[in-house]
Structure formats: structure tokens, C-alpha cells
Design a protein around this ligand. Structure first.
Ligand SMILES: Nc1nc2c(ncn2[C@@H]2O[C@H](COP(=O)(O)OP(=O)(O)OP(=O)(O)O)[C@@H](O)[C@H]2O)c(=O)[nH]1
Length: 203
């Protein structure tokens, strides 16, 4: 497949506390593996995977940001052009859940207001160490109008679903926006160009 051979290009950025499993989720999805002895991300990492959804080729640019506070100024600069954000916490770590309001403030401040955000509770394979019950997280996501999913990068639970559901939602929104824009556009000859949401030319 050539680099231009796709119908949609979407930028997805993973954010959340250090150690919640962002890199492992990305590696599981893009490479099908659970890396042993995964070191902390330095700054930002980048991976690409192209998937096919209902006959359309969707190229996903996946940006894995460092959770450590000291990289925050670097990672914030990646929010603006994101189509979707995966806000991740660790279901075995209450602290990572309690920091979510802080992450939401970052999103409010740095992301564009059309960004699709999904809350992900990772490490569900560690059920006996769970500190955040599912219902509490679901209610929190609901109050913030976020989608919610629980995953295990280790066992590969819901990882594919996470990225594919997100891609479906982004396609749906892109099509809706194209439709809205074309309905609001002037007729040819009215002196203005017809503009469409450029979901395939994000940087
Ligand atoms: N049991 C279990 N461990 C996991 C899972 N996902 C990640 N881990 C472990 O959690 C630790 C942190 O994983 P990373 O993917 O590096 O976490 P991160 O969020 O990218 O961390 P930063 O790069 O520091 O922001 C590693 O020891 C992983 O092996 C999971 O689904 N289950």
C-alpha cells in the first residue's frame, strides 16, 4: 500500500499518568505484542497503522506521549491537531484515576473543541488488584460526555476494539461534518469556494 493510499487520516494521541500502559496499548495494537520491560516514554513516540473499515482505508497516526510531569510542555503541543484523545488510567492505581480532572483541564486548554475523547481503564487482567470499580469510572466518563472502555494491553482485551471503535466514530463525524459543510456552502458561482472538512490533510 503506498503512503497516499487511504481514504481517511486521523491523528490519535494517548495521554494519562506515567505507567498506566499507554505505550503497551499502542504496541499491542500496532505490533501485536506486549513489550517486556517497557521503559518510560521520553517526550513523544509515534506509530502508524492502516486499518480497513467497511471497505474504507483508514490511516491512524498514533502519538504516545510521556506521562511524566517533566515532559508536559512537550506533550501539550501535540493536543491541538489531535482528532481523538485516549485518556488512560490504570484500574489498579487510584492515583491515576484521581488525576483525571487534571488531564481534562489540559484537554480543555490545549485540544481543539471537536476532539473525540475516550476514557480507558487499562490493566483489567489484574482484577484482584483493582482499586477503581467500573461503575465509578463509567459514571465519571458519563458526566464528562466521554466514551469509556476497559482494556488489557497484556491480554489484548479490547485493544483492537478501542482503536477500531475510535476510527468508526471519527469516520462518522468526518462524514457528518462534510455533509453539514456542503449543506451550508454557497451555490457554485456565488463567489465563494465550497469548503469541506479536511479530515485527510491533518498534520
Ligand atoms: N498487568 C498489566 N501490566 C501492564 C499492562 N499495560 C502495561 N502494563 C505494565 O505497566 C508498566 C507501564 O507500561 P507503559 O506502557 O510503559 O506505561 P506508559 O503509560 O506508557 O508510561 P509512560 O511512558 O511513563 O507515560 C509496564 O511495566 C507494563 O508492562 C496491562 O494491560 N496489564
Amino acid at each position: 500500500m503506498s503512503t497516499e493510499d487511504y481514504d481517511y487520516l486521523f491523528k490519535i494521541v494517548l495521554i494519562g499518568n506515567a505507567g498506566v500502559g499507554k505505550t503497551c496499548l499502542v504496541r499491542r495494537f500496532t505490533q501485536g505484542l506486549f513489550p517486556p520491560g517497557q521503559g518510560a516514554t521520553i517526550g513523544v513516540d509515534f506509530m502508524i497503522k492502516t486499518v480497513e473499515i467497511k471497505g474504507e482505508k483508514v490511516k491512524l497516526q498514533i502519538w504516545d506521549t510521556a506521562g511524566q510531569e517533566r515532559f508536559r510542555s512537550i506533550t501539550q503541543s501535540y493536543y491541538r491537531s489531535a482528532n481523538a484523545l485516549i485518556l488512560t488510567y490504570d484500574i489498579t492505581c487510584e492515583d491515576s484515576f484521581c488525576c483525571l480532572p487534571e488531564w481534562l483541564r489540559e484537554i480543555e486548554q490545549y485540544a481543539n473543541n471537536q476532539v473525540v475523547t475516550i476514557l480507558v481503564g487499562n490493566k483489567i487482567d489484574l482484577a484482584d488488584k483493582r482499586e477503581v470499580v467500573r461503575q465509578r469510572a463509567e459514571e465519571f466518563a458519563d458526566t464528562q460526555s466521554m466514551l469509556y472502555l476497559e482494556t488489557s494491553a497484556k491480554e489484548s482485551d479490547n485493544v483492537e476494539k478501542l482503536f477500531l471503535d475510535l476510527a468508526c466514530e471519527l469516520i462518522r463525524e468526518a462524514k457528518q461534518n462534510t455533509l453539514d459543510n456542503s449543506e451550508n456552502s454557497p451555490m457554485p458561482g456565488e463567489g465563494k469556494s465550497i469548503s469541506y472538512l479536511s479530515c485527510c490533510s491533518l498534520n
